[in-house]
Design a protein around this ligand. Structure first.
Ligand SMILES: C=C(O[C@@H]1C=C(C(=O)O)C=C[C@H]1O)C(=O)O
Length: 381
């Protein structure tokens, strides 16, 4: 890492260029990385994520050997394990305290949201949810997450969108990743897939949601949401346990708020059994959790492939960083948008269990779109 002297986050974000800068902003600070010193090579095997931790550790060793003083790897990993990740050792990294003040947005032309194209259509999404509920009732699976997209024209300033994302949800993970083909992935995730700091491991799985405009009390009491949540926590604990000497899994979830949503969340903490387990070893063991996939994972992935008429790309993958010691922090790539020329595509999904109501899941995904829409000045939730 080049000398990270603390500068105001507004200052560090002013260096942001959507097509070339990686940004990862948390309540503890903003990391801004530029340039490609060494691109993490793609997998040559169809091994998916199995060799990802080694490819990243290897890239960090190469950078160290070439004289980079404090290399880190930053970027995003797509949802599908066989799809190419976008990870690199950047040339320079700056860090600054978290941004504090919301950025005022210019008022958008009023017709813009009307030109938004949902895909699949709301009707098709309701039908997909109903189809999944039929599968669930037939006992073929316990949970599956179904997503949808919203595509709209966008000519605005992505720097303003990114600062608004960070300012609206200062306790979340606001990010921006330059993607191949002059596209930009950006969003604000509430969910920590996993972090490793020395031997300390933290994961904050989420599942069970309501729009922020609702009273959250029924969420904590909802059997359907508690079940949906428990499935994710159990899968996260099961994936982390083999790597940990001790693991603490709270028996009850707590309520977490973002600017647009309420979620049930559980913070799982552990002590690593051995120092060789990197943050990405843990992330690869966890992905995809049932917060974005389902239970059992393979059946859920098959149903997602059958019922979702689009490629998730980087949505529901992971975004973050890892350093040469193996420490790192990876958020689930949620509440995201991909900007591509004059078009931006938003992604949002919801966990479906036997008690799911298609209309409520449609409303939940609409509320999740509001995170990006609000940052674009297109929703005032
Ligand atoms: C799938 C998404 O969010 C996930 C699904 C949730 C749910 O189903 O309740 C809650 C938080 C996230 O783990 C999304 O934002 O697209």
């Amino acid at each position: 890492m080049s000398s990270p002297g603390l500068a105001p986050a507004g200052g560090v974000l002013s260096a942001y260029r959507p097509d070339s800068t990686f940004v990862f902003s948390t309540s503890r600070g903003t990391l801004l990385a530029e340039g490609v010193y060494f691109a993490v090579p793609h997998s040559v095997r169809p091994a998916g994520l199995a060799d990802l931790p080694a490819r990243v550790s290897g890239s960090l060793r190469v950078a160290l050997a070439a004289g980079h003083e404090r290399p880190i790897v930053v970027g995003a990993v797509p949802f599908a394990p066989e799809a190419a990740a976008c990870l690199a050792v950047p040339v320079s990294v700056r860090q600054a305290p978290a941004p504090s003040a919301a950025v005022r947005q210019a008022a958008p032309p009023p017709d813009r949201l009307q030109r938004a194209e949902p895909f699949p259509t709301p009707d098709a999404y309701r039908r997909a949810v109903a189809g999944a509920v039929a599968d669930l009732r037939a006992g073929r699976l316990e949970k599956v997450v179904l997503a949808r997209t919203l595509r709209l024209p966008f000519h605005g300033d992505l720097a303003a969108v990114l600062s608004a994302l960070a300012a609206h949800d200062p306790s979340g993970y606001a990010y921006s990743v330059p993607l191949p083909g002059d596209r930009t992935l950006l969003g604000a995730s509430p969910e920590l897939l996993v972090s490793r700091t020395g031997t300390r491991v933290v994961a904050t799985p989420m599942a069970g949601s309501l729009p922020r405009s609702c009273d959250p009390a029924p969420l904590l009491g909802s059997r359907k949401d508690r079940h949906e949540h428990a499935l994710v926590v159990a899968a996260v604990a099961e994936a982390l346990r083999p790597h940990c000497r001790s693991l603490t899994v709270p028996a009850e979830p707590s309520l977490t708020a973002t600017a647009t949503m309420w979620h049930l969340a559980t913070t799982v903490t552990g002590e690593l059994a051995g120092p060789e387990t990197t943050s990405l070893t843990l992330a690869a063991a966890l992905h995809p959790t049932p917060a974005v996939g389902g239970v059992p994972t393979d059946d859920a992935l098959r149903v997602i492939g059958e019922l979702e008429p689009f490629d998730r790309g980087f949505y529901a993958g992971m975004v973050g960083w890892e350093d040469a010691s193996g420490d790192g922090e990876w958020a689930v790539t949620l509440r995201c948008a991909v900007a591509d020329g004059a078009t931006i595509t938003l992604f949002a999904g919801a966990g479906i269990v036997t008690g799911s109501d298609p209309e409520a899941e449609l409303a939940e995904t609409s509320a999740k779109f509001a995170t990006a829409l609000r940052a674009m000045g297109l929703a005032d939730v």
